[in-house]
Ligand binder design. Structure first.
Ligand code: 5RP
Length: 252
């Protein structure tokens, strides 16, 4: 499938079936159309953002983009961008980022996001909060009515010291929303997942809405032991959604 060849929904053949990965690629390629030579770019993390980074590398190789500087949001994206020959820097040297392109785990109707199921929420939030423009790329499965509405994890990065204590305080904060707090683990031995910053992640699961998101955000960040959470509020400027019926670009 050539994601660059997505037909408008009116002219699409009903026999064309897109996989979820095709849809991610379609959204990613569309976002890269906003990239211009000379830009400082936030490079996102995850299976959707990976397509965008590949595409940027391809356009650089073809000479269609020039003088790009990439700021990766994780070690894995750093490695990917290096392998593609994308010149890299960091926020210390480039504190203003022209454009970031990244995926998300949830997108609500007001462009609030949940991110970090891939574990990179802290660096993603640092880079994306320094952006003039932040394009979120998702397939339609990521759209929710409210943050937490997928029933899947809302990640919180915590320091390792007494993480159980911090997890319990997080759970108690959202007791009314039926919160369950679980340490993220990897492998059969269920070893704790360690972030690029050497911290743990506590995943929060909600049975009901957590209410005012700004209040929830402030309450989480107020807890000693919390480093950052995966709610990205009022940050996305554009959301590109690829679905079976076509591509939608929504601007704030
Ligand atoms: C990583 C992230 C990702 O953007 C998010 O998990 C979406 O990933 P994918 O594109 O693989 O569905 O926040 O920390």
């Amino acid at each position: 499938m050539d994601a660059g060849l997505l037909l408008p929904s009116s002219s699409r053949s009903p026999s064309v079936i897109f996989t979820q990965d095709d849809l991610k690629k379609i959204a990613a390629y569309k976002a890269v159309e906003y990239v211009e030579s000379g830009m400082v770019l936030g490079l996102g993390t995850g299976s959707t953002a990976k397509h965008a980074v590949n595409r940027i590398g391809e356009l650089l190789r073809q000479g269609k983009l020039k003088d790009i500087v990439g700021i990766p949001t994780s070690k894995i994206t750093h490695e990917q961008a290096l392998s593609l020959g994308i010149p890299l820097s960091d926020l210390d040297s480039h504190p203003v980022v022209d454009l970031a392109i990244d995926g998300a785990d949830e997108v609500d109707p007001f462009f609030n996001l949940v991110k970090g199921r891939g574990g990179s929420l802290l660096r993603e939030k640092m880079v994306e909060s320094a952006c003039k423009k932040f394009i979120v790329i998702v397939d339609e499965s990521k759209l929710v009515n409210y943050v937490g509405g997928s029933g899947l994890a809302m990640p919180v990065e915590v320091i390792r010291f007494c993480w159980k204590f911090t997890a319990e305080r997080l759970r108690k904060l959202f007791e009314e929303a039926g919160c369950v707090a679980k340490l993220r683990t990897v492998g059969e031995k269920e070893e704790p997942y360690v972030t690029d910053n050497g911290n743990f992640i506590v995943d929060l699961y909600f049975k009901r809405s957590i209410g005012d998101l700004k209040v929830a955000s402030d309450a989480i960040l107020h807890l000693a032991g919390v480093v950052e959470h995966g709610m990205f509020l009022d940050m996305a400027t554009t959301v590109i959604v690829a679905g079976e019926l076509g591509l939608t670009v929504k601007n704030k």
